[in-house]
Design a protein. Structure first.
Ligand code: BGC
Length: 856
């Protein structure tokens, strides 16, 4: 039960603590949990990633999480109400898993499509990012779960992210990169903010003056600032900056606080008042998430928590608050995620083929079910999220092929090409547990003298242990791991079998050694790379159809530089496949003999992830050639693009329809069936400009440790407008299954939505000119002709969605805050007096209506 504890009481509790007690609270107890402090009535607060689900304290398939669409898919809905509901769903997930603070949302901007974590950030536009991010935060926090808005600030790409110094001029910083943080901290009152790894303008973000000067002083932020994991690198400078919590812990292993900070306080180098303020912020967060007992109980709680194993004792997760949360595989969660995925799908191009008909009439006049050829590497294996800390283990995923089959459609399948450059994790139907009881593997843990400590049966072939190997296995005792599984051939041919990880690995098949190797990365490698793309060793095994081999992978734990503190390993398997040429020919033949071809193309795990930026925007492997050949074989070709961020689509004009699905979460295939068949309208609009080529895009590559945002304000559509370049699809673009006419715009008006706090209202009348009910995202852009200040040609100032029946006209009011007209003049926000223009339409490149207004 959450209780209200006033500020004075919080201060009293801080005052009760010694310097050591206070400093102890400022670094995590472990990777995800903070320390408790019985004397302050505080139980251990638990933090967890975020943002595409709530992972919880363990990171494997045994503790599954509802997998919501990734950020670009959420932003593409342009629908704050829906995102607030997703936030509420995540809050229920957090409570189910004993999590108090979700390390989300990520509100860095799409400065460039090369950014490896683009899928995890909402948009290139600060206003859209702010609105969607604020809704996400409200949804979480209204249900008592804290948001952690990240990564403050300038972490818009991954190359050298731990060390890069990002140079951003102040106006750009204010108007673009800080703007979403500001709106979310001020309006949605986020309870925590994460300080990024990188530096900005000379200070690493955990020491940056921006924390105190802007976040605290200007924005009046009363929440907690937590470091990104291992981003705190100094004792005094971080303590003096407004960093409150260094993660992960314990301080004896990570982070610069703990004893050195206690000493610095004791000998007067760091003011104790600073420490007290940090603890106050931790207690304030704890009060907000319900992790404080009320004052009267504080003493009793101290006694109770001393009992071993009591909730709140160090290392014991807090009890999950029973809120009747639905399981992540429940029907209610599935339905919400299915609708959310479809609401973010962007129909970028449609010559009328979509929605598909359920049946076709043959030349003989006979009606029969439509025959669909599903083609492409991502058709059979759903890619529902991007890589890195955002990864969760969903209870299931619905792949496109499965989704269409479940809808009752007649579907055939051809892979077309093999797009992975790394061999993926072994999976069903080839991977079996040693007793063949199902897909998966057995893990055995051995001690120093070769004794078997424990074993467990697992459902997959990816293993990650952090800070120990689980409650049944003492971390310090484990010297060697063994993964045992059976690989069974479905067809005769050469199977590539291997491992990804760090350290020494020996692989045996039916007792014969395939390799004994040591895999390494430089010790200062970004930890995300050690998990996402560690080195791989492979061996080829020829198997007859139905033949099974017993595989044993041995690993010495101490042979990895990460040691016992973190072990990642994956058993990899690539089944036999033909050359791309043979596979493409088969796919084209299948398309030719079908009524419709649906090609699902996309990125792979090596393309979009935390830890690295993208080297190219092209689709990996032979996917472009696949699309061209399928479209040539059957003009009725729909291409579904399963990527978290833009990829080049050089064939876009040659196919009948292009549907952008993003990383849509666990219900991908069901949502896709709904949209292709017209049960649901594709609701999305582009949250970024979709490039036609790689020309003119900002680079994420630092030079001599510095990344200069030389383009200033001109990212995304602002840059295209300035340079006169034409993208493939403009920002805000997307169509549904009906058509719209933009009929009227008035300023300072009265229509639903036009009242409330805001400087100006614009009322836009749109008519549904098509034949089915639909939803339109009405967008309003501001501009300032003849401005004395350098500005983008236009900028998004507001938006709202309307629903209308065929023939119906709806007028919607859109409020534009004063900030929508302001610029940063070097010292403060200023409105240039005079005439601004407001333009309304369906995208940044289709703005048929304009109105003028005067600002004093
Ligand atoms: C990421 C954060 C994440 C943290 C904890 C870091 O590497 O940058 O976004 O929350 O790890 O997993």
């Amino acid at each position: 039960m959450s209780i209200v504890i006033g500020e004075e009481e919080l201060r009293r509790r801080v005052g009760r603590l010694s310097v050591e007690q206070k400093v102890r609270l400022l670094t995590g107890a472990g990777f995800w949990a903070l320390f408790d402090e019985p004397e302050a009535g505080l139980r251990a607060v638990v933090l967890s990633d975020g943002p595409a689900g709530v992972r919880g304290q363990s990171w494997d398939e045994r503790d599954s999480s509802a997998n919501v669409p990734s950020a670009t898919g959420l932003a593409a809905t342009w629908d704050p109400a829906r995102i607030e509901a997703i936030g509420a769903l995540l809050a229920r997930e957090a409570r189910r898993k004993g999590v108090d603070v979700l390390l989300a949302p990520t509100v860095n901007l799409h400065r460039t499509p090369y950014g490896g974590r683009g899928f995890e950030c909402f948009s290139e536009d600060p206003l859209l990012t702010a609105r969607i991010g604020a809704a996400y935060v409200r949804g979480l926090q209204r249900h008592g779960v804290g948001a952690c808005v990240k990564h403050f600030v300038g972490n818009d790409s991954e190359t050298q992210r731990m060390t890069v110094d990002v140079h951003i001029d102040e106006r750009t910083l204010r108007e673009m990169y800080l703007a979403p943080f500001e709106a979310i901290c001020r309006e949605a009152r986020a309870w925590s903010v994460m300080a990024a790894y990188n530096g900005v303008n000379g200070s690493t973000m955990t020491e940056s003056p921006l924390l105190r000067d802007i976040l605290h002083r200007e924005w009046g932020y009363d929440g907690l600032v937590v470091s990104d994991w291992t981003a705190a690198r100094s004792t005094e400078a971080t303590a003096e900056a407004a960093l409150d919590l260094a993660m992960p812990g314990p301080a004896s292993r990570f982070g610069p606080w703990g004893d050195p900070l206690t000493e610095a306080v004791m000998n007067g180098q760091v003011d104790e008042a600073l420490i007290a303020d940090k603890v106050l912020r931790i207690l304030r967060l704890a009060a907000r998430v319900g992790a404080l007992t009320d004052a009267a109980d504080a003493g009793d709680a101290a006694d109770a928590a001393d009992a071993p194993g009591a909730p709140g004792a160090p290392g014991v997760p807090p009890p999950a608050v029973p809120t009747g949360a639905d399981a992540p595989d429940s029907l209610a969660v599935a339905e919400e995620l299915r609708a959310a995925a479809a609401a973010g799908f962007v129909l970028a191009r449609n010559d009328g083929l979509l929605p598909l008909s359920w049946s076709v009439t043959t030349q003989a006049g006979i009606s029969r079910p439509v025959r669909i050829a599903m083609i492409g590497p991502n058709a059979e294996v759903a890619r529902t999220m991007g890589g890195g800390s955002a990864t969760v283990y969903p209870p299931y995923t619905v792949a496109p092929l499965e989704g269409l089959r479940a809808a009752g459609l007649h579907v055939t399948h051809a892979a077309g090409v093999y797009a992975d450059s790394r061999v993926p994790a072994a999976r069903a139907p080839w991977l079996l547990r040693p007793d063949r009881s199902g897909p998966g593997a057995e893990v055995r843990f051995y001690g120093e003298s070769g004794e078997l400590i424990s074993s467990e049966l697992r459902d997959g072939a990816t293993f990650l242990w952090m800070n120990g190997y689980g409650p049944a296995v003492g971390a310090e005792r484990v010297a060697r791991l063994e993964i045992r599984c059976v690989i069974r051939a479905t067809v005769a041919g050469t199977y590539r079998l291997g491992v990804s990880g760090l350290g020494r690995y020996r692989l045996l098949a039916d007792g014969a050694e395939l390799f004994d190797t040591t895999l390494a990365l430089p010790e200062d490698t970004d930890i995300a790379l050690s998990i996402m793309t560690p080195p791989q060793e492979l061996a080829s095994v020829r198997l007859a159809e139905g033949q099974a081999v017993a595989a044993v992978l041995e690993h010495e734990v101490a042979s990895s530089h990460l040691g016992r503190f973190m072990t990642f390993l994956q058993v990899n398997l690539e089944p036999p496949h033909s050359t791309d040429e043979v596979e493409i020919a088969a796919a084209a033949a299948l398309a030719a003999s079908s009524d419709v071809a649906v090609v699902v193309v996309g990125t792979t795990a090596e393309v979009e992830s935390e830890g690295f930026d993208r080297a190219s925007l092209a689709l990996p492997g032979g996917q472009d050639e696949l699309v061209r050949r399928v479209a040539a074989a059957n003009p009725r070709t729909v291409v579904v693009v399963n990527s978290g961020a833009p990829v080049l689509l050089p064939w876009a004009d040659d196919v009948a329809a292009v549907l952008l699905s993003w990383f849509p979460g666990q219900e991908f295939g069901s949502a896709l069936a709904d949209v292709l068949m017209g049960e649901t309208e594709p609701g999305g609009r582009l949250p970024m400009t979709w490039p036609a080529t790689e020309e003119g895009l900002p680079s994420p590559r630092p030079a001599d440790g510095v990344l200069t945002y030389a383009e200033g304000l001109f990212i995304g559509y602002r840059g295209y407008d300035r340079d006169g370049r034409t993208p493939l699809f403009p920002f805000g673009h997307g169509t549904g299954y009906t058509t719209w006419a933009y009929e009227s715009i008035t300023v300072d008006c009265d229509a639903p939505g036009a009242r409330g706090p805001g400087a100006v209202s614009a009322c836009v009348g749109v008519r549904n000119t098509g034949s089915r009910r639909g939803r339109e995202v009405v967008q309003v852009y501001a501009s300032r002709p003849g401005s004395a200040v350098e500005r983008p040609a236009k900028w998004l100032a507001g938006f709202a969605a309307v629903d209308a029946d065929p023939g119906e006209t709806v007028t919607v009011g859109i409020l534009i805050p004063e900030r929508g007209f302001q610029h940063w003049d070097g010292r403060s926000w200023a409105t240039e007096p005079g005439t601004f223009t407001l333009s309304a339409g369906s995208s940044s490149a289709a703005l048929p209506l304009t109105a003028s207004l005067e600002r004093p």
